[in-house]
Design a protein around this ligand. Structure first.
Ligand code: 3PG
Length: 203
């Protein structure tokens, strides 16, 4: 499985109520976005990952906001099929590498990319994408690191996503716009499916 090539957009979701996880995941898959990053930012996150892993077989569910080694084991035990972190430390990268699932550690500068490169990582999250300089920075990083590919995330919108997706060193982008919190609260899964359908056409 090459995580960056499965879909142009990885929905980054914050699940407040685990009961919304399965219908939300079904809506994203139906719209054409099978890769789903559930952030470990809420008490419901692990239950959401477990529910999606068990009940939405066409989804590729992973854990985001992985910050410490304990997050890695908890996420994989819940059924996460990939891991995403906002940044990287040696200990965290070691734990993610040992997990047996694909992982995208975060980097935003040439030195952070280099620290991961040194460890053999060639696919990374570029975070926080817009605040860290966006497209021009990714273009500049392609010079010294032509063999590194990124999933830029952070501040990316449907209007700006195509600019990223046209770069040769970008495999896909991440964003929270697919699952607005009001749509989740209202159970408006049709809206989520529609947003996913629009996003799948962005590349
Ligand atoms: C992340 O952790 O990747 C960010 O929270 C993404 O959020 P945004 O798409 O709303 O910037």
């Amino acid at each position: 499985m090459n995580l960056l090539d499965l879909a142009p957009v990885i929905p980054v979701v914050v699940v407040e109520d685990a009961a919304t996880a399965v219908p939300m995941a079904r809506a994203l898959v139906a719209g054409g976005l099978p890769v789903i990053e559930v952030t470990l930012r809420t008490p419901a996150a692990l239950a959401a990952i477990r529910a999606i892993a068990e009940r939405v077989p066409d989804a590729v569910v992973g854990a985001g906001t992985v910050r410490v080694s304990a997050d890695v084991s908890a996420a994989v035990a819940a059924g996460a099929r990939f891991l995403v972190s906002p940044g990287a430390t040696a200990a965290l990268v070691e734990a993610m590498a040992a997990s047996g699932v694909p992982y995208l550690p975060g980097a935003a500068t040439a030195s952070e990319v280099l620290a991961l490169y040194e460890r053999g990582v060639r696919e990374m999250k570029f975070f926080p994408a817009e605040a860290a300089g966006g497209v021009p920075v990714l273009k500049a990083l392609a010079g010294p690191y032509p063999d590194v590919r990124f999933c830029p995330t952070g501040g990316i919108k449907p209007e700006t996503a195509p600019n990223y997706l046209s770069l040769p060193n970008v495999g896909c982008v991440g964003g929270t716009w697919l699952t607005p919190s009001d749509a989740l609260v209202q159970g408006d899964y049709a809206r989520i499916e529609k947003l996913a359908g629009l996003a799948r056409e962005l590349r």
